[in-house]
Design a protein around this ligand. Structure first.
Ligand SMILES: CCCCCCCCCCCC(=O)SCCNC(=O)CCNC(=O)[C@H](O)C(C)(C)COP(=O)(O)OP(=O)(O)OC[C@H]1O[C@@H](n2cnc3c(N)ncnc32)[C@H](O)[C@@H]1OP(=O)(O)O
Length: 223
């Protein structure tokens, strides 16, 4: 449905859509604003049946802090934009966010994010699924890099607008077991002109194990 509607709109074909069914999908990159007709999009940052008890417990903890505690839950969809002007991608082709590209809940990246503007922090509760395997039973380092980039990137976007990752450094300290829950905690440390310096740590759900420590440099685009 989404793909068909987007295709029709992109081709300029008249399409009658109920107003309440129109959802404006905005991209975080400059010069790109497209509106797609779609059903109410699913927010993948809500709990599903595959979330384990630690993930659920942390979710409830952060959710409780959204009531006057300075935190807010960030929605998470499975697509950003379908076409970038001048981009070689076929505008009619469906694209999916890398971290939301599997159909079955629980197989890949299960996560939700919470943002605290005053603290310049974006926190991601992350439960890696079985299709993210690297070493037997553990999460692939590239997947870990992805969730760090996505979390710190979202934090930079919420604070500064459009950014691109320029540099990502990770020290892997302890492996992350598949199916476990970890806390990805990023913070914007410093902004210098277009450069947004962030740090990010991944810790176990109970804070006892440090899995990674990293720095990520983003460059602002819309200045
Ligand atoms: C909301 C939820 C949804 C949104 C959720 C969002 C999640 C996003 C997470 C995914 C993000 C990605 O995957 S992004 C995809 C991976 N990244 C990329 O493909 C980026 C490829 N690189 C580029 O496009 C470009 O190099 C840029 C845009 C990064 C910078 O190019 P530019 O715009 O021409 O700027 P440039 O003049 O080169 O640099 C500007 C300043 O930054 C410095 N600078 C540039 N690169 C570096 C570097 N690696 N290390 C140090 N410093 C650097 C320069 O020295 C300069 O400093 P000074 O002289 O001013 O002092």
């Amino acid at each position: 449905m989404l793909r068909n509607c987007a295709r029709l709109l992109l081709r300029g074909t008249a399409l009658s859509v109920r107003p309440q069914a129109v959802h404006s999908v905005r991209c975080s990159f400059p010069g790109i604003t497209r509106t797609f007709a779609e059903e109410q999009p699913r927010d993948y940052g809500f709990p599903n049946a595959t979330w384990n008890s630690n993930m659920m417990g942390l979710y409830q903890t952060y959710l409780a802090q959204c009531n006057g505690g300075g935190w807010r839950k960030i929605p998470s969809y499975n697509t950003t934009v379908h076409h970038i002007a001048g981009d070689p991608l076929d505008p009619a082709r469906e694209t999916r966010l890398f971290t939301r590209n599997l159909d079955q809940d629980g197989d890949g990246f299960e996560y939700c994010m919470f943002y605290n503007k005053a603290e310049r922090r974006m926190v991601c509760l992350f439960q890696p699924g079985p299709y993210l395997e690297g070493p037997p039973g553990y999460t692939h380092g590239g997947c870990i890099a992805t969730i760090i980039d996505s979390t710190a990137g979202a934090g930079a976007v919420y604070l500064c607008g459009s950014v691109m990752t320029a540099n990502l450094n990770i020290n892997y300290k302890n492996p992350i077991r598949l199916g476990s829950t970890v806390i990805v905690d990023s913070k914007v440390e410093k902004i210098e002109n277009r450069k947004v310096y962030t740090t990010c740590h991944i810790r176990s759900h109970d804070d006892t194990v440090l899995h990674t420590e990293s720095t990520v440099l983003f460059i602002k685009l819309n200045v």
